[in-house]
Design a binder for this molecule. Structure first.
Ligand SMILES: Nc1ncnc2c1ncn2[C@@H]1O[C@H](COP(=O)(O)OP(=O)(O)OP(=O)(O)O)[C@@H](O)[C@H]1O
Ligand SMILES: [Mg+2]
Length: 285
């Protein structure tokens, strides 16, 4: 659906490129995640892809056509929810939505959408009086109001409480089930793990790794089986190689004779992979 080839970009004020030649494709019907440390170039890439930033080098095509050839029709088919939601604060939520609705040919059912994100009861409140989470939810409604085929979400769950984050993740999955395609960035690894079909890790404007979360976990994980058992009131940890585990007599003997507390395969987490691939600890950011 989207094909990005040899993308490079420099902000006019800067001396050097912040995007250093990246290539990736987003397939129709997939949720594609962009991960990387702060300042890696995630938002910049998204802004280039939705034609907010121009003067990039390389080639980007959407549905087989160069994005530079698209006019306003481009915005009919995409929905965008970015980091810092901007709404008219002196207008009510519904007035805001109605304003943006008029810009599009296709219109989604606003009552359904606003009820879904729990904002229908607050529709007549001034947006200036909204909490941060309410503004973010209103932003999601805005992203979906033209029934787009592709969604760009930049840290969409950032600032949402767990219940609203769950609703949003369900909405993203439903959007995909209906044939939609999603490009998402997030610092919340569990969200990315739960949602994405494929992820790319971007560091200093370069893609360092790209695959499904499952394949990455297998690649970076240790092929091991970790067992914890109790003996003389002490917890003892043992690690076995995963290969031929069913024939490992020591492992089988342990299962038969000990008071087992936990058994885990040595699969890694997206957090660990993030640190390995980017060389940056999440806490350092
Ligand atoms: N308007 C701008 N003018 C100049 N430089 C910018 C501008 N916006 C971003 N940058 C720089 O471009 C680089 C990439 O920024 P970008 O916002 O794409 O990072 P990000 O990966 O989205 O980070 P975060 O996780 O913090 O949102 C950073 O070095 C940043 O300082
Ligand atoms: Mg960003």
């Amino acid at each position: 659906m989207f094909k990005v080839e040899g993308l490079k970009f420099k902000y006019p004020k800067n001396e050097s490129d912040v995007i250093n030649g990246i290539d990736f494709e987003i397939n129709k019907g997939e949720i594609f995640g962009f991960l990387g440390p702060s300042g890696a170039g995630k938002s910049t890439t998204q802004k280039i892809m939705i034609k907010i930033l121009e003067d990039f080098r390389g080639k980007i095509s959407y549905n087989g056509k160069d994005i530079t050839e698209y006019k306003d029709d481009f915005y009919e088919s995409i929905g965008v929810s970015f980091e810092m939601p901007i709404h008219f604060s002196k207008m009510t939520a519904l007035e805001n939505i109605e304003f943006f609705l008029k810009l599009y040919k296709k219109n989604a059912d606003i009552e359904t959408l606003m009820k879904r994100v729990g904002l229908w009861e607050d529709k007549d409140k001034m947006v200036g009086e909204f909490s941060k989470g309410m503004k973010i939810r209103l932003n999601i409604v805005r992203a979906l109001l033209n029934e787009p085929e592709m969604l760009f979400l930049d840290e969409p769950t950032n600032g949402l409480d767990p219940k609203n984050a769950m609703i949003l993740k369900d909405m993203i999955r439903e959007f995909r089930a209906d044939g939609g395609t999603v490009f998402i960035t997030s610092h919340i690894m569990s969200d990315i793990d739960q949602l994405c079909d494929r992820v790319a890790f971007i560091v200093d404007g370069e893609i360092k790794e790209m695959d499904s979360p499952r394949n990455l976990k297998i690649k970076y994980g240790k092929r091991s089986m970790n067992v914890e058992y109790k003996e003389n009131n002490e917890t003892i940890k043992v690690e076995f190689p995963m290969d031929n585990i069913g024939k490992n007599s020591e492992f089988i003997n342990l299962l038969q004779t000990k008071d087992i507390e936990t058994i885990h395969s040595g699969e890694t987490t997206l957090e660990d992979i993030f640190i390995k691939v980017t060389g940056v600890g999440l806490k350092d950011e």
